[in-house]
Ligand binder design. Structure first.
Ligand code: NHR
Ligand code: GAR
Length: 197
């Protein structure tokens, strides 16, 4: 079975709740048997990321960006660790390091991200506070392909939530995150089902 199985590698930096949602969906929905795909590894640039302890039995590894002098050197080491799994799909899930054009090109067509805003609004960081400051009545998350232009690749799915009176960045982030956990596994399953990657 191993040699026929396609691999997914998930990259995280923090709590890893999207990663856990994907791993649990894969188990619950029997992706190995139905789609011929497994989550093979979870890799973090932060050695102390809480998500490394929540990987539900999946192999974990840290590639500490602070150990490398340049972004190019870090990305080369990260690419080496990922390529050990020859992945069909590389999934950024709360991964917090901007990736170099060479890295993005290497994984072209098989690299996706979830971003906590309704793109093209609020690229970059601190999205929830910026949505509140702009007076937005809705917020959400976007699953997109990763290109060398930050948060600009093809949109694959979006989820919308209301902004409620009294929201803080934290309450809004939590409402968005519950939707992220639904749409990210759905997008991954449909990409693999369609054989797009
Ligand atoms: N890399 C490329 N080339 N293209 C994208 O679209 C990427 C990417 C790497 C990560 C995720 C993204 C997000 O969803 C993502 C998309 C980190 C930063 C950032 O500024 C910005 C966007 C995203 C992730 N990172 C700082 C840096 O200097 C570090 C910040 C920190 O460590 O807290 O890399 O929002
Ligand atoms: C998620 O909201 C994700 O969209 C966002 O960080 C959170 C990670 O949570 N991603 C970014 O901000 C990328 N710059 P998680 O680690 O629990 O999945």
């Amino acid at each position: 079975m191993g040699s026929f199985m396609k691999n997914i590698v998930i990259l995280i930096s923090g709590s890893g709740s999207n990663m856990a949602a994907i791993v649990q969906a894969a188990q619950r929905e029997h992706w190995s048997e139905r789609l011929g795909v497994r989550v093979a590894a979870v890799i973090s640039n932060q050695p102390d990321a809480a998500g490394l302890k929540q990987a539900h039995g999946v192999a974990t590894q840290a590639v500490d960006h602070k150990a490398f002098a340049t972004r190019e050197a870090f990305d080369a080491a990260l690419q080496h660790a990922i390529d050990a799994y020859a992945p069909t799909l590389v999934v950024l899930a709360g991964f917090m390091r901007i990736l170099t054009p060479a890295f993005v090109r290497h994984y072209e067509g098989r690299l996706i991200n979830i971003h906590p805003s309704l793109l093209p609004a609020f690229t970059g960081l601190n999205t929830h506070q910026r949505a509140l400051d702009a007076g937005c009545k809705v917020a959400g998350a976007t699953v997109h392909r990763v290109t060398s232009e930050l948060d600009h690749g093809e949109i694959l799915a979006q989820a919308v939530v209301p902004v409620l009176a009294g929201d803080t960045a934290a309450t809004l982030a939590a409402r968005v995150l519950t939707q992220e956990h639904i749409i990210y596994p759905q997008v991954i399953a449909s990409l693999l089902q369609a054989g797009v990657t």
